[in-house]
Structures are given as C-alpha cells and as structure tokens.
Ligand binder design. Structure first.
Ligand code: PMP
Length: 359
C-alpha cells in the first residue's frame, strides 16, 4: 500500500512519529553464536515443554494468571494482590510508567540502561530524565536522587544494569530510597537478579513490604529460559499494581506462558544449577578479558559490556568475524551475552584482537 501524496496525512502524535520501534540485534548467520539478547543458551527442560504442550490454545487464558500469581505470592510471602504477571517484564514496565507518568511528568533513569526505557516513557507521553552512569558504569544514585523534581513520577533503578552488568548495593539503594520522596514510584528492575553472586548487591526480595512506593520487577526470560514465551512479574503494593492492571492489554499473558512459568518454578533447582554454570562461565570470561587488558566492568549479569566508544562499529565487525553476534549500542559500546560453552573460544579470540587493536 502506498501513501497518497494528495490526501492529508492522518494526524499521529509527533513524539511517536519521532520514536523508532524497539530493535533487536541483527540476525545471527549460520555458524555463529547469537549473543545479542542475553538469552539462556540451554534448551528448555522436557517438563517445561510438556507443560506448554498441555495448555489449551482454543480457550482464552486466565486473564489474572491466578495460579501463577498465587505461586509467586507464596514464594515472596505476600498476598496475591501484591503480585502482577505480564507478558514479559517490559510490558509491566510500560504499564507502571503509564500508570504513574503522563504529559508534563518526568520519568527518571540512569543511562546507559535498558534500551526500552526511553520509548516506553515517550509512549506514556511523559519526558525522560536520563542521569549518566558513573565513569565505572555504575548507577549514580545520589545524582539520580538530586535530579528528582516536583514533576518526577517514576524512577527506574536497573540492577544488574543492562548493558553494563553493574550492580547497586543494598546500602546505596537504601540511601536512594531515603533520599527520594515516598510518593515517588520507584521501579527496581531485577531482570538479571538470579545471576548475582555479590553479597553486597541489593535484592528486591529483602525489600518487599518495606517501602510504600517500591515495585520489584522480575522475569522468566533470562535465568528461567522462557524469553520466547513472554512472562514476567512485579511484586509490590497492591494499589500500585492495581493501577498497572488497569492499563494492561487484556489477556496478553498466554496460557502456555503461564503454565511454563509454573513448571519453571516447579523445577527451579535444576534451572538454578544452569544459572550457576552461566555465572561461572561469566566469571571465567570476565577474568580472561580483564587479563587481555580490556577495561570491562565486573558484570553480575549474564553479559559483559565492552565500552568501545567511537570504535564500536569496527569492534562489532571483529566480533562477527569470530562468529560472535553481539549487540552494538551506539555510540557507547557492545554488550555480549554469556552463551554456550562453545562460544567462549571465539569470544576470547575476538576480545584478544580488540585489546590489540584498541589498547
Ligand atoms: N529489564 C531489563 C533490564 C532487560 O534487560 C529486559 C530484557 N532485555 C527486560 C527488563 C524485559 O524482559 P522481558 O520483557 O523479557 O521480561
């Protein structure tokens, strides 16, 4: 269908016209490793495949995801109303941002952080206030707290931070919560929390019920290996989650997704053993890359951040030449996931070349 030159254009919101759709990394050619989306490299457990196969697809799903919400509520020691399930935690982020911030309001986050935040804020009609990360790539929480104005309606803290892998400590987060107004909605985005091994890191689970303005967001996409099914959840005050539910597109969490998430919780121990394999691999790769001389932040997630700056495109080509499809995040650097054991040799050969070419 072509646009007619004569007909007046349909009036669309200018800020939407100026917004690019969310982009994934480039498709991985054969014989390469797709390390561009922080996915779990393991195939699903057979029990999870069985749970998906048993889901009825001619019926609509349970809109309230009752069974899964109950399981999560028990796990976190809260009521069912304190849990909200969405089609990926990104959809819950969208719901909560829309519920709290509209035209004239501000949404605050650190940058670089998760690529989706700016677009979600724009769609809500609000304005982004992005506070630069510290030189060591960690969130600058005091600067974020100082950036709160009387128009700030939501602040997002991402730990471990995508794409830098850096964490916020429990102490830093407590100081942030004490510094911001208690009527400011704070979202603790913990998409990668299961990969954290540093005991100093904040853990949203310890904070449930402690703050009236805090919502913790988690996902089944990463550690639990269900990225393709789209299921994530939030834990927090019921009134705030009711507002998220009010903005949700009805019935968007499918029955296979709900059932697979329950099966994943049933087999959590086996899945967390796989997570331990990934975190060990991360630490080995990180150690090797640091020994090669690259200044990589000490990631606590399932990816590493290469701050290649102006050399990002060239560096990305070097990774590709070694069979590694990573995510170039212009103009700052490249994020590369920790994937299959077989991907490590190519990744380290590529980083060796990067260390030589861009010392
Ligand atoms: N938060 C962060 C920091 C992420 O990196 C991602 C996925 N890339 C998400 C949230 C969303 O994950 P999902 O929608 O798959 O739950």
């Amino acid at each position: 269908m072509t646009d007619s030159a004569e007909a007046p254009s349909v009036r669309l919101r200018p800020e939407i016209l100026a917004t690019a759709p969310y982009r994934q990394g480039r498709p991985a050619p054969a014989e390469s490793f797709k390390l561009s989306s922080n996915e779990n490299p393991f195939d699903p457990l057979p029990e999870i495949v069985d749970a998906i196969a048993a889901a009825a697809v001619n019926r609509y799903p349970d809109a309230a995801a009752t069974a899964l919400s109950e399981r999560l509520a028990t796990r976190f020691g809260v009521e069912r109303g304190n849990v909200h399930v969405g089609s990926g935690s990104v959809s819950i982020l969208a719901q909560l941002i829309q519920a709290a911030a509209g035209p004239g309001d501000e949404a605050l986050y650190s940058w670089r952080s998760f690529e989706a935040y700016p677009g979600l804020v724009t769609v809500a009609g609000a304005s982004s206030v992005a506070v630069p990360n510290l030189p060591d790539q960690r969130h600058d929480l005091p600067a974020m707290a100082a950036a709160v104005t009387d128009r700030t309606r939501v602040a997002i803290v991402c730990t471990p931070n995508n794409p830098t892998g850096t964490i916020v400590t429990a102490e830093e987060f407590a100081a942030f919560m004490a510094a911001v107004p208690s009527d400011l909605l704070v979202l603790l985005d913990e998409a990668y929390v299961e990969f954290v091994t540093d005991p100093a890191a904040v853990d949203g689970r310890d904070l449930i019920g402690r703050y009236p303005n805090l919502v913790v967001l988690r996902t089944f996409s990463k550690a639990f290996g269900l990225a393709g099914l789209r299921v994530g959840y939030a834990v927090g005050p019921e009134r705030i989650l009711d507002a998220a539910r009010a903005t949700a597109i009805p019935l968007s969490v499918t029955e296979p997704a709900q059932r697979a998430a329950i099966a994943a919780l049933d087999h959590e121990e086996a899945l967390l053993q796989r997570v331990a394999v990934i975190t060990r691999r991360r630490d080995e790769v990180l150690g090797a890359v640091l020994a090669q001389g690259l200044a990589v932040p000490r990631s606590q997630a399932n990816f590493l951040w290469l701050a290649t700056g102006a050399d990002t495109s060239e560096a990305n080509d070097i990774l590709l030449a070694h069979g590694i499809v990573a995510r170039a995040l212009l103009p700052d650097g490249i994020r590369v996931s920790i994937g299959e054991a077989e991907s490590v040799a190519g990744l380290l050969a590529a980083t060796e070349e990067l260390a030589e070419r861009f010392p």
